[in-house]
Design a protein around this ligand. Sequence first.
Ligand code: ADP
Length: 360
Amino acid sequence: GISRRGIRGNFVPPIKSNGSNTGNISSRMAGKCDDTLDESTKKCLEFLCGPDGELPEKLRNLEPRLIEHVSNEIMDKDPNVRWDDIAGLDHAKVCVTEMVIYPLQRPDIFMGCRSPGRGLLLFGPPGTGKTMIGKAIAGEAKATFFYISASSLTSKWIGEGEKLVRALFGVASCRQPAVIFVDEIDSLLSQRKSDGEHESSRRMKTQFLIEMEGFDGGNEQILLIGATNRPQELDEAARRRLTKRLYIPLPSSEARAWIARSLLEKDGLFKLSNEEMDIICNLTEGYSGSDMKNLVKDASMGPLREALRQGIEITKLKKEDMRPVNLQDFKNSLQEVRPSVSPNELGTYEQWNKQFGSLA
Ligand code: ADP
């Protein structure tokens, strides 16, 4: 048999075996025959076959196009985020490393009493780095990363959500270790009662909880991470399965400075003094990480706008003549880019954290 997984779970192109035991995968899928599948779908299925050339149990009877969608759109082969890219959140990083990364790296040690939870909830205001943490976990643990937004499951996949959920967990189990990141998980596992709730979305929720039960406690190297800005919408069943619940707050003033500085440095536009940075930090109290990013983007337009105001034509503008971004650019942009989270909302997160958070 041929293993189609590399040492670290990376893709390894399948080698055509002499026995051509990968030749007609689709014939093993209910009601499908080879001719109905195009090349890309066939390739994708071949990658998922075991050493025996058979599609794993979990993936049989699922429509190839759903499996292909998971493999091509939801699976991210190179998450490309490292801990060092994430400003602040030191406590969350430490906690996640112990809880998730070490167990994925050393499953032999993390057994029995040490066996880790399989569900992690990251909650807090939008734009604070929850998605980045998910990607960094996958990157650091050399795991395959699956990203899905629950609201797309409920809107785009109406009627098929349940099957897509099965395909998602099925493909993940072929690609272990795996991290499944479900953004806006509240919209999938909300406690709101069923008025207007479609039968199909209820089935999807049930399927989702079943899949989670399935790998919890089992030998599978799969971690589910849910992210939400609305933790209070999660019901008891959802909370129970997401055993670790980490509050991801707004960035501290140091973290805000770090975000601004590193974005500008990347472009060679950073020339601010420490005093100017302090002023920017003081003026951006309450800004999220993504607010900071938007602010920097706008501020970095300052030198360009100024040159244009002076009548220089855009086609004649020399890049090397443009000045670095200065404090006044930031002050101007602060009028345009406002913080996206209200103090009121913060109170809600802190309260929920006290009641249900892991580090409260
Ligand atoms: P969330 O998932 O919490 O809504 P994201 O992780 O998608 O937020 O962050 C959105 C963007 O904001 C990131 O791509 C990054 O540019 C910036 N950002 C947010 N938080 C941080 C952080 N702690 N460190 C660095 N960049 C951040």
